[in-house]
Design a protein. Structure first.
Lengths: 348, 348
């Protein structure tokens, strides 16, 4: 990608890229800057031919076309989505997997059919416990030693949430190929692995789903012999986008800005620390949207007079009472790394 | 400092700077690239007028000029010196103090008078327990709330080590001002705070020294209420200088090179890991010197074929059986941070 790309590549094949630091200032991430996470090559799907099958433990299995979905009652939700592996590079020791820095997170406005409407039309059987979502992507996985298709499940309650969408549009346009065209699931508040791209199948299942991306990957493995548990909602986190890591600012008043989000409630407080130690200053929260699923802006002003290198941190609290931890919470595969990040910048 | 400076400034006043990554390849650091650590403004001392006073619990106190020192039996030792705060930026959470990355470490060839000769000439009293060294540097310290002169002590045993020097030359030239001209202590194997610069006084003391830089700074404070203990020898550590953090290399065979050192013995093994997880490869050790106090070179070759971002780590063992820890060992002031460092580089 050229120098001016709004994305920073992490893996070339399949495409995996983080939002460029310079694009973090936008409340709604411009579509070309939205982070890209692909487990397999991007499927090429003809929207005119595309169908989603709704079946399994339902009264009336059916298939639905993109055209039919477009004719249904659509809903629009602004959602911050973060990769479950975001921040993996900061694990100590680093975990195996795609080495995401901390910018595998973006915000978009998604428009689509509430999944609930499709489930109601199908009639969910009493014995259904989860909904499995099948993507069109798949391939040979060395770690699995076999061909794996992408699939993930949701508990019924989250599947029936009115804001869980089968999305057709991203920021008012058809969804680009790398983001799941023509139809993807959007699960507000959950890490990105739940928002299955290139959605082709919705299956009501009567036992918890045991697929590769449900039980072997996207799980918290405590590495103690205890059973791993599937990754679900986004842990409370914040990111600084002004000043940027490695940037140079003039001595004087420093305007610090960033975002904070949580999948388990609203952001209640953000604090900022200049330098090491335990001196924290409360930032002002500045919501740009009424969506409970979008990150919240925050800012504060600090005086920085000493020329040279300085450190800066932010930490967020959510309405569930959780705060970002000082150190990365350990799990073998490096998911949910929401520890306070220290950035360095220069004053000159 | 200009872009081409062999140093990366961390604080401008007083001067504090790390060796530039591009200068790390030298077994003996070029003098202009040697890291600079100053607690106070650099004293300006006329070598012709300079005297060191040896006194306290001795039989014969005396003063000695630079000229007299030069006429004594000189010894030359190659020594790797690391700042006790090196790596502080990697503490989680970051500690207060100068935010050193991991390049406050350098190697030089020092020539000077073994301290032992001066102590023998003075005749150490039986009740002496430590030797205090006074630097000419000092100033008002906000944290201390008073004027503090730089001073540090050594136990008698280390002071009497034949390789502990009152140095007159650095890399075959008179010591530059910022490195302690005209006379500085060199304490091989210990963190830099022990190698008192601008040395003006050597005092035998009968009680453990309680000065600011002995009891309030350069101490391991466990932050648990237990008493802090003075920082002494350098913990085992390694650094990668090829590839450099953030650099881009071509797919294929990657030649990895670096240094390893310990103040508590020789380096016995270095391992390298590509990517996250626990796959380590043993590196070959390549000593360039017979000095037991200089860092040891190491190298290995790895195959890296996948374009994109990759992680690299090294970890060293010493003959005392110590290994670099996976996570920074916590202490309140951020000293002795010798954890394995993860660097990221690009393959394209």
């Amino acid at each position: 990608m050229p120098e001016s790309s709004p994305l920073v590549p992490v893996r070339d094949v399949p495409p995996n890229a983080e939002i460029h630091p310079g694009e973090l200032e936008h409340p709604v991430t411009p579509t070309p800057a939205f982070f890209v996470r692909c487990n397999f090559p991007v499927p090429s799907i003809d929207p005119a031919e595309h169908r989603i099958r709704i079946g399994g433990a339902v009264e009336r299995a059916f298939v639905v076309s993109v055209e039919e979905l477009r004719a249904m009652e659509l809903r629009t939700v602004e959602v911050t989505t973060e990769c479950a592996g975001n921040g993996r590079i900061g694990m100590q020791p680093p975990a195996p997997g795609v080495p995401w820095d901390d910018r595998a997170v973006s915000t978009a406005v998604w428009t689509g059919v509430p999944l609930r409407l499709l489930l109601e039309r199908a009639g969910v059987s009493d014995d259904a416990v989860e909904v499995r979502f099948d993507g069109a992507d798949g391939g040979e996985l060395a770690e699995a030693g076999r061909f794996v298709s992408y699939a993930r499940s949701l508990p019924l309650e989250k599947a029936l949430d009115p804001d869980t969408l089968v999305a057709l549009e991203m920021n008012g346009e058809p969804i680009p190929a790398e983001h799941g065209a023509p139809t993807r699931l959007i699960v507000p508040g959950w890490y990105g692995m739940a928002s299955v791209k290139w959605l082709t199948g919705i299956e009501l299942v009567t036992e918890p789903f045991q697929g590769w991306f449900q039980r072997d990957r996207y799980v918290y493995d405590p590495d103690t012999g205890e059973a791993p548990t599937p990754v679900t909602s986004m842990r409370v986190r914040s990111i600084i986008h002004r000043p940027l890591e490695g940037s140079t600012v003039k001595p004087g008043t420093l305007h610090v800005r960033g975002w904070a989000w949580s999948g388990d409630g609203s952001i209640t407080k953000v604090e900022v620390a200049l330098g090491g130690g335990d001196q924290w200053v409360e930032a002002a929260l500045e919501s740009h949207t009424t969506s409970p699923y979008a990150w919240v802006g925050w800012s504060c002003s600090l005086e920085v007079r000493t020329p040279g290198r300085h450190l800066l941190r932010s930490r967020a609290w959510d309405s569930a009472g959780e705060r970002q931890p000082d150190r990365p919470p350990w799990n073998r595969l490096g998911y949910g790394q929401n520890a306070v990040r220290t950035i360095a910048f220069e004053v000159h």
